[in-house]
Write a protein that binds this ligand. Sequence first.
Ligand code: ASP
Length: 333
Amino acid sequence: MSRPKLLALLCLAVAVAPALAVEPRPLAIAIHGGAGVIDPAKMTPQRAASYRAGLAAALDAGYAILERGGSSLDAVTAAVRTMEDDPQFNAGRGAVLNHEGDAELDAAIMDGHGPRAGAVAGVRHVRNPVELARLVMEKSPHVLLVAEGAEEFALEQGVVLVPRDYFRTEARARELDEARQTQAGQLKAASPGATGTVGAVALDRAGHLAAATSTGGLTNKHRGRVGDSPIVGAGTYADDASCAVSGTGQGEFFIRQVVAYDICALVQYRHLTLAQAVREVIHEKLRRSGGEGGVIAVDRSGNIAMDFNSVGMFRGARDSRGQRDIAMYRDAQ
Ligand code: ASP
């Protein structure tokens, strides 16, 4: 090729390069640490700092995976596992106790690519229920395994089981005592001062969405009670065609209103924005039915919505546009 031709080609390449440059796909993750009855008046600066540190650790563990090019599935697993291991949260170690004084744990994970789902309910010896839920999704033909059957499956998969005492903390035992005395058989989302369920939603570089939720459920719950967290469409949902959602609050209401799926359906079929869909379900439908709680959600474009109709919702969000927020109450505190 002649020199002038080469030069002309080079000039052309420089001129069109910016137009051809592909914007990197957005990354986004959001987490929650529950929307239980958290009385702001009881929140000391030390406790607030400790919860914020716990949320930050989970948020950053998940985001680091997305940044390395990892999957949204790995990111939500890591974020939820981090909070399951943190006794401040109502999941894994530190989960609330049922009427008999045992932790009965529920968890679900959903991969928007497929979509695929796995869940476990009523497990009492599994250190990280979110990992077992993922094994159900990846290594079994089923979606939901419960109680002893789920734990048998855990053993078959080489998951190390832990004694029941592993989950029990003094704080949760105290809350159970109070609840037994004051509730006279009624259920409460969480004792005053306690936080709730944990969850994460994420969008990865490949454009795939994922959601995961893990919980001990409600303090003083009936043995065998299963909440919304492991019910696909109620407390957990993800579909690459719409969005990924993880909820927290009074599970019975989330199940009846099919909250997580309803939000994604409004996005997919009525073309609402994520924020509009979340608002409609949490502030209209759920509230009208008497249900309290909130959700975190992310859509295919990396938009994040975190909304609740309760006093607060422990939450955090981080994305590739530079957002990194952690908050507990309405005023982003
Ligand atoms: N949604 C959970 C359940 O009902 C509780 C919570 O979010 O705190 O099991």
